[in-house]
Design a protein around this ligand. Structure first.
Ligand code: GLA
Length: 375
């Protein structure tokens, strides 16, 4: 069954000035537990098209124009649900309860020690064996005056993946007529628990499958980053980027310094680090975090967030074994992720901004990816 919500546009004599924004739903298959999953196609008034499934809240495709108005899909992923169920490096998914790593899969909160799955060497990564990227979310489409979107809801039972407390989670995706994709995260709990929600889309602004991302030009609004040990757990230091390959104050191609002889880049291997975002003003307002420009297509993606950190991952673990949409082979560094977040391993790092959510509090976080072009 196909449901459709349509909007209105100004009709000119022989064409439409813009298309009607819309949300449409279609079946996308069934999980191994027999849960029916849908795919939602969202379109803004200028033809930007986002396809999302409620399995993991995964963004399947995102078509945005280049400087000549040509649309391409700019995210990595698969064609079918079966591919996502088989194995995915978190392509396009909501990440929770804890985006990024928790050392040794262990943390102590209010005097009690909790044990989590070690699903990344000796560490816990992205919520565990069955994180929020692998659950079926309730989804409700909506249409606003200049936007379309989806509200995802999931209740994570107490003890799920070892985390305490029942976590009521809502994640809203909004596609606006201004070329923004907005993520709003909120959560409440009935027992204190760590929460660090993020989104794990991999981008290639030249177009999915169009080679590596080393020519993409990155600017990061970060004076410092969190150096890591060889297992990618922060040492606890907030280190200045000055004079290092981590200084992206000036727009710099990803590939310009990625193979330099630097111990942090060796650990990556490449960029896989949390940047400490420079902040000013009201903490509730998203601030500028990053800008990525792809010179060939002219596409630009800007990131604004309320989060204190950003994990810039240059797709180092893609190794040519995954076959993506239309059979594309995902070789090393064929996509990058910009995961807005609190710093990795915060539950074990008292000096980092806290990720503890307590009963009676509400968790809120907002990130905006804004797409445009530069000539
Ligand atoms: C995050 C991590 C990376 C990697 C990817 C998924 O970005 O920081 O090290 O695990 O997820 O492959």
């Amino acid at each position: 069954m196909r449901s459709r919500l349509s909007g209105w546009c100004v009709l000119l004599a022989w064409t439409t000035a813009c298309e009607a924004a819309s949300v449409a739903r279609e079946p996308f298959g069934t999980t191994s537990r027999g849960e029916a999953v849908s795919v939602y196609t969202l379109k803004n008034a200028h033809g930007v098209e986002l396809r999302v499934t409620n399995y993991g809240g995964i963004i399947l495709s995102l078509k945005v124009p280049d400087r000549n108005g040509r649309f391409d899909d700019v995210v990595l992923g698969y064609d079918s649900l079966a591919d996502y169920l088989r194995s995915s490096p978190y392509f396009g998914a909501i990440i929770g309860r804890y985006g990024n790593r928790i050392a040794q899969g262990r943390f102590t909160l209010d005097g009690k020690t909790y044990t989590l799955a070690k699903n990344n060497g000796s560490n816990h990564l992205h919520g565990g064996l069955k994180g929020f990227d692998k659950v079926v979310w309730d989804a409700a489409p909506f249409k606003g005056a200049d936007s379309v979107g989806l509200v995802f809801r999931y209740t994570s039972p107490g003890g799920e993946e070892g985390y305490p407390g029942t976590l009521q989670t809502t994640v809203t995706y909004t596609l606006t007529s201004r070329g923004e994709l907005i993520f709003d995260y909120s959560a409440t709990t009935d027992r204190a628990t760590p929460v660090n929600l993020t989104q794990h889309s991999y981008f290639n602004l030249a177009g999915d499958g169009k080679g590596d991302i080393l020519g993409h030009v990155v600017t990061l609004n970060a004076d410092r980053f969190t150096p890591v040990d060889s297992t990618l757990i922060p040492t606890g230091e907030l280190k200045s980027v000055a004079g290092t390959p981590f200084d992206f104050h000036k727009p710099t191609p990803i590939g310009a310094r990625i193979d330099q002889d630097d111990v942090q880049l060796r650990y990556g291997p490449g960029y896989d680090h949390n940047f400490v975002l420079n902040k000013s003003g009201d903490a509730r307002d998203p601030t500028f975090a990053a800008r990525v420009y792809e010179p060939g297509s002219g596409r630009v993606m800007e990131i604004y967030t309320t989060e204190p950190g950003l994990q810039f991952y240059s797709g180092n673990f893609l190794d040519g074994t995954l076959h993506g949409k239309k059979g594309v082979i995902y070789r090393r560094r064929s996509g990058f992720a910009m995961e807005t977040q609190h710093y990795p391993d915060s539950p074990n790092k008292p000096t980092f901004p806290s990720t503890t959510l307590r009963p009676g509090e509400s968790y809120h976080s907002r990130t905006i990816y804004k797409f445009g072009v530069q000539s």
